[in-house]
Design a protein around this ligand. Structure first.
Ligand SMILES: Nc1ncnc2c1ncn2[C@@H]1O[C@H](COP(=O)(O)OP(=O)(O)OP(=O)(O)O)[C@@H](O)[C@H]1O
Length: 252
């Protein structure tokens, strides 16, 4: 039976889901984020920007693992990292978070026990990430893309309301990338806010909403169509370049 723990549609998700105000983060003696303001709603939001612009730092701030120097980060109406958010926020980093010597199924059963989730969730998430045929394989023998999908499966065990994914499609072939984006939209369709970072601009078209970031600042916050229309560009990459070259510095 669906319960609030297994079905996000049965939970109340505030709108906006995430509110960031005046966020300042200093890393290595440098302000990586300096007074960032943004809001994130349900649906699939893409956080795009060049390598080193601060995407991972922002995602870390949202899940409460980044030391912040100022400002506020509120997720589902609670301060980021609040204990009430543990079951409601899923986070997948670029580093695989699964044990190499355990099979996919053993990993998921282990994490399901640790997280207090029923064993039926294991079947659900294995199917969601398309790893049915690798269920019995040790994770150490999977390809890079399969390993990242195994990590994603762990994050889906608790059917999070907010799913934060740091470059989840790196190293994946076009078919797997397409399948993962389909999955993100399915999760968003079930009421979740899915935030996906990428530095691959062609993924932008797949998002409901885009946050374009450059040097720690949000230079556009709009739909893909809106971003393109702002500068009369035919694709998001050209729009990004036009916004950067036009000196855009304020979020929309
Ligand atoms: N542990 C750290 N100590 C000091 N500086 C750091 C640390 N981690 C990141 N930085 C710096 O913070 C800035 C932003 O890094 P961040 O990882 O947030 O960028 P990113 O946009 O996610 O990049 P990428 O797309 O390459 O993952 C970079 O200039 C980076 O050098």
């Amino acid at each position: 039976m669906a319960t609030p723990a297994t079905d996000p549609r049965l939970r109340s998700v505030p709108d906006p889901v995430v509110r960031v105000a005046g966020l300042r983060v200093v890393r290595g003696g440098r302000a990586v984020l300096d007074g960032l303001d943004l809001e994130i709603r349900t649906g699939v939001t893409g956080l795009l920007g060049p390598s080193g612009c601060g995407k991972s730092t922002l995602l870390r701030s949202l899940v409460g693992v980044q030391r912040v120097a100022g400002g506020t980060v509120e997720v589902l109406g609670r301060p980021a990292g609040h204990r009430d958010l543990r079951a409601r926020v899923g986070y997948v980093t670029q580093a695989a978070s699964v044990y190499d010597d355990l099979t996919v199924q053993e990993n998921l059963r282990f994490f399901a026990r640790v997280l207090g989730v029923g064993a039926d969730a294991v079947d659900r998430v294995v199917a969601a990430v398309g790893l049915e045929s690798h269920r019995g394989d040790p994770v150490g023998r999977l390809s890079g893309g399969e390993r990242s999908r195994a990590s994603l499966a762990v994050a889906l065990l608790r059917a999070p309301d907010v799913l934060v994914l740091d470059e989840p499609t790196v190293g994946l072939d076009p078919v797997l990338r397409r399948d993962l984006w389909t999955l993100f939209h399915r999760l968003a369709g079930a009421g979740a806010a899915v935030l996906v970072s990428s530095h691959v601009m062609d993924e932008a078209e797949r998002c409901d909403r885009l946050l374009l970031m450059r040097e720690g600042r949000i230079i556009a916050d709009d739909s893909p169509a809106g971003v393109k229309a702002r500068v009369g560009a035919s694709d998001v990459e050209s729009a990004f370049l036009a916004l950067v070259e036009g000196g855009a510095g304020e979020s929309a």
